[in-house]
Every structure is written in structure tokens, then in C-alpha cells.
Design a protein around this ligand. Sequence first.
Ligand SMILES: [Zn+2]
Length: 177
Amino acid sequence: MPATCKVEDAIRGKLPFCLAQNYDQPMPSRLCASCRRSLIQTARADARYCSDACRFRGKYLRALLRQLDPTIYRFFLRLLRYSPPDAVGYRVGFDLPGPLWFYPPADRYSKRWRSRSVRRGYFRLAPFEPPLVPQAARYGVRFVNARGEVLRTPFQLLQGVDLVPIVLMQVEDGERL
Ligand SMILES: [Zn+2]
């Protein structure tokens, strides 16, 4: 058995083991739904955004995301709720028979939705970058912090997420791990 639960384990059917390992995780702290700064300082217990500017940006983003396939918006909501507080980005792994493919690739420039290509090995959480994947499938989610370290995937996401392509791309546009 591996020492820590990796997203590959979840994808490859070792979910019960992963669940057992992840029960000790703290509940995520409350973060602004737009910029991911902590909401501890804000007066209202039900505040979702840290400022009017973030509320405006957040609503604009949601309106844009709702124009995409509903799976993307559902994924966005799940990440808002379950991504580790110190995560800055995420990658999604596509489990074909054989090697694992991850998106976006870390070793070269890659496309972003409504934006130009960037050389960054993850999709940002704030401002949110929707995942760009080659095929409709179930993908594992892996989070990274600002130092590029891979974080433990919260158990709520270990079963993977269903995603569909929103731009045209190939399996080989990912990174083979
Ligand atoms: Zn904010």
C-alpha cells in the first residue's frame, strides 16, 4: 500500500483505502468565492465574497460558466466547497488503459478557456479557470499549493468528477505521468 493516497489510487479503484486515510482532514475554512482570501474577518456569517468587487466578478464568472456544459458548473461548485484552503490550482487526470494523462501539462504552454496559452502546470482556482479536457470522462482531481506541491485530494472528490470538453483538444495535449 502507498504511504499517502494519490489520485491514481482513487481512479484505480482503491477508494475505500483512500477514504479511510482522509477522514482526519479538517473542514475547509471559509474563503471568498472569488479571490479565495479568508472570510474570517467579515462581519456576516453567511458572506460568500470578501468585497463588492469580488461579488461582481464572481457573479460575472458564474454567468459565463452557466453557458457551458452543466458538468463544468457543477465541478466549479464542488471545487468551491471542497478544495483545500491552501490550494492555488488543480489538475485533472484522465485514466486511459495504460499511462495516466494529466491536464494541463506542466512541461509546456497550454490553452486556457477564453484566454491565451500559459506555461503553468495547473488550472487556477482564483480567478477560476475551467478544466480543458479532451474527452467526456471521469477524471481524478489533484490540487497544488503556491510552491507547486501536490496536496491530498479531499475525500469528497476522490471518486473523481465527470467532465466534458469545452474546447477541441487531443489526449496528447496533456502530460503523460
Ligand atoms: Zn474576494
